[in-house]
Design a protein around this ligand. Structure first.
Ligand code: NAD
Length: 247
């Protein structure tokens, strides 16, 4: 099955590197126009890559926790391209610490980006999708939101929250042919996980039935499928891309 997203407009948050970057490149490779957001101008290089490959891309600076900045991204997108078909809520951070030692600011920062950011971006695209009577909202959770992980109570709370948020919204907007799904990656080889010590990485890898860390490509392929017409009857679901580490 070849996925064709020609004529579709996609917004990918946190698209400057890692999973977001690869997702934007994959969606563009399938023919979508992509709008890449990041906090600074770091997504411009990825937009340049898309354009160099013959695609259409726009990089915009926006912190996903800043409601006005998010609104500007969505208005610029619909103003420039006339529609908005796919939102990928990918921007995410970690601030790991055992709960007993966790600072309030680390709790707040992770909630603001991972969960409030997902809320703000999703709410901002919804009017357009409701009017279009179509849309795909795909949010990146984590295996940690399903299984838990010591030292990540803040992160796990946001990633489990994304699942509940998406299941509730899926029921709200299904009658307008908007699907809302979650991709829950396992341990993926990106800058985020390169901070984990190699000992800890090896321990995790040994617990992965498929015997390796995932790649950004593994996650991007799942997002691209959920964004496609082929996934039109799938909503409110969590697609785990974790090599079997949690089933
Ligand atoms: P990464 O750190 O390499 O990239 C995160 C991206 O989000 C960057 O572009 C960063 O600039 C952007 N970002 C962070 N805070 C932002 C904000 N407030 N506003 C806008 N952009 C912001 O991480 P990654 O590994 O590519 O992770 C991407 C997503 O996948 C995250 O939501 C992460 O929680 C999730 N995830 C990652 C893994 C993994 O093992 N790497 C596993 C499960 C889930």
């Amino acid at each position: 099955m070849r996925i064709d997203l020609s004529g579709k407009v996609a917004v990918v948050t946190g698209a400057s590197r890692g999973i977001g970057r690869r997702t934007a490149l994959t969606l563009a490779g399938a023919g979508a126009i992509v709008v890449l957001t990041s906090r600074g101008d770091a997504a411009q290089a990825v937009a340049d890559e898309v354009v160099a490959a013959g695609g259409t891309a726009l990089a915009l600076a926006a912190d996903v926790a800043d409601a006005d900045a998010v609104q500007r991204v969505i208005e610029t997108t619909t103003g420039q391209f006339g529609r908005l078909d796919i939102l990928v809520n990918n921007a995410g951070i970690t601030r790991d610490q055992l709960l007993l030692r966790m600072k309030r600011e680390d709790w707040d920062a992770v909630l603001a980006t991972n969960l409030t950011g997902t809320f703000l971006c999703t709410q901002a695209v919804l009017k357009t999708m409701l009017k279009q009577r179509s849309g795909r909202i795909i949010s990146i959770s984590s295996v940690v939101g399903q299984s838990g992980n010591p030292g990540q109570t803040n992160y796990a709370a946001t990633k489990a929250g994304i699942i509940g948020f998406s299941k509730a919204l899926a029921r709200e907007v299904a009658s307008r042919s908007i699907t809302v799904n979650v991709v829950a990656p396992g341990l993926i080889d990106t800058d985020m996980t390169r901070d984990i010590s190699s000992d800890a990485q090896a321990t995790w890898a040994s617990a992965i039935p498929l015997g390796r860390l995932g790649t950004p490509e593994d996650v991007a392929a799942a997002v691209c499928f959920l964004a496609s017409d082929a996934a039109g009857y799938i909503t409110g679901q969590v697609l785990a891309v974790n090599g079997g580490m949690y089933a």
